[in-house]
Design a protein around this ligand. Structure first.
Ligand SMILES: C/C(=C\CNc1ncnc2c1ncn2[C@@H]1O[C@H](COP(=O)(O)O)[C@@H](O)[C@H]1O)CO
Length: 216
C-alpha cells in the first residue's frame, strides 16, 4: 500500500547478509523492508550484487520503481561472486571506498540480519555517528530477536563504562520495517527541531528553550 506522505529520507543504505539465512523469516523481512521503502518512495543504496538478502531487497525496491544503487568493489564484480545487480552500479576500488560512498549517498542506515560484513559496516556507521562524522540515524531490523545479543552487548558496554549512555541511543532497533522507519523518522525530526531551535531560536522562548534543550 502506498503511503500518503513523503518520507524524511530520500535514500537509505541497507546493510544485509550476502546469505539468506536458514529461516524464511529473514527473506520475508528483506522483502517487507523493500516494500516499505517503496511505499515511502525511498531509494536504496546497498552493497551491489544479487546474493542473499541483498538480492531480495534490491529486486523489490527496483521492481517497485525506486532507484537502486549498488556500490561494489572491483574484486567482487565478477558475476559468479556477487551475481547480477539491478539498477545502477558504481564500481569502487576497495571496501573502504565502498563504505564511504554508501555513507555519503544515504540519509540513514538500516541493518537487516547478516554476518560479519553486515555487522562491521553497521558498527562503523555507529562509530562515525559517535564521532560526529555524520548525524544520520542507524537502525537494526531486529527480526525475531536476531540482534538481541548485540543490543545486550551494547547495554553491557554502557554498564561497564565503555559506551556513554548518550551514545547508546545512536542505535535504534525494532522488529518490523514499519516500526523501525517510523522511529528513525521521529528521531530525524527531533534532531531537526533541536538544531532549528539551537541556531534559529523561537522568539520569546528562545533563551529558556535553548537551555532546556542544551541540558537535555
Ligand atoms: C562470499 C559471499 C558472497 C560475496 N559476495 C558479496 N557481494 C557483495 N557484497 C558482499 C558480498 N559479501 C559480503 N558483502 C558485503 O558485506 C555485507 C554482507 O556481508 P555478510 O558477511 O554476508 O553479512 C554486504 O552488506 C556487503 O556490503 C558469500 O557469502
Amino acid at each position: 500500500m502506498e503511503s500518503n506522505s513523503r518520507s524524511k529520507f530520500k535514500i537509505i543504505c541497507v546493510f544485509c547478509g550476502s546469505n539468506p539465512g536458514h529461516r524464511k523469516v529473514f527473506s520475508d523481512a528483506a522483502i517487507e523492508l523493500g516494500n516499505e521503502l517503496v511505499s515511502r518512495k525511498i531509494d536504496l543504496v546497498y552493497g551491489g550484487g544479487s546474493v542473499g538478502l541483498m538480492g531480495l531487497i534490491s529486486q523489490k525496491v527496483y521492481e517497485g520503481g525506486c532507484h537502486v544503487l549498488g556500490v561494489i568493489p572491483k574484486a567482487l564484480v565478477p558475476i559468479e561472486i556477487s551475481g547480477e545487480s539491478v539498477g545502477d552500479v558504481k564500481i569502487v576500488s576497495d571496501m573502504h571506498e565502498r563504505k564511504a560512498e554508501m555513507a555519503s549517498q544515504a540519509d540513514a542506515f538500516i541493518a537487516l540480519p547478516g554476518g560479519y560484513g553486515t555487522m562491521e559496516e553497521t558498527l562503523e556507521m555507529i562509530t562515525w555517528a559517535q564521532l560526529g562524522i555524520h548525524k544520520k540515524p542507524v537502525g537494526l531490523l531486529n527480526v525475531e530477536g536476531y540482534y538481541n545479543s548485540l543490543l545486550t552487548l551494547f547495554d553491557n558496554g554502557v554498564e561497564e563504562g565503555f559506551i556513554k549512555p548518550g551514545a547508546r541511543d545512536i542505535v535504534l532497533a525494532a522488529p518490523t520495517a514499519r516500526e523501525l522507519l517510523s522511529k528513525m523518522e521521529v528521531l530525524t525530526l527531533a534532531n531537526f527541531l533541536y538544531l532549528f531551535v539551537m541556531f534559529k531560536g523561537i522568539p520569546r522562548f528562545n533563551h529558556s528553550l535553548r537551555l532546556v534543550l542544551f541540558f537535555h
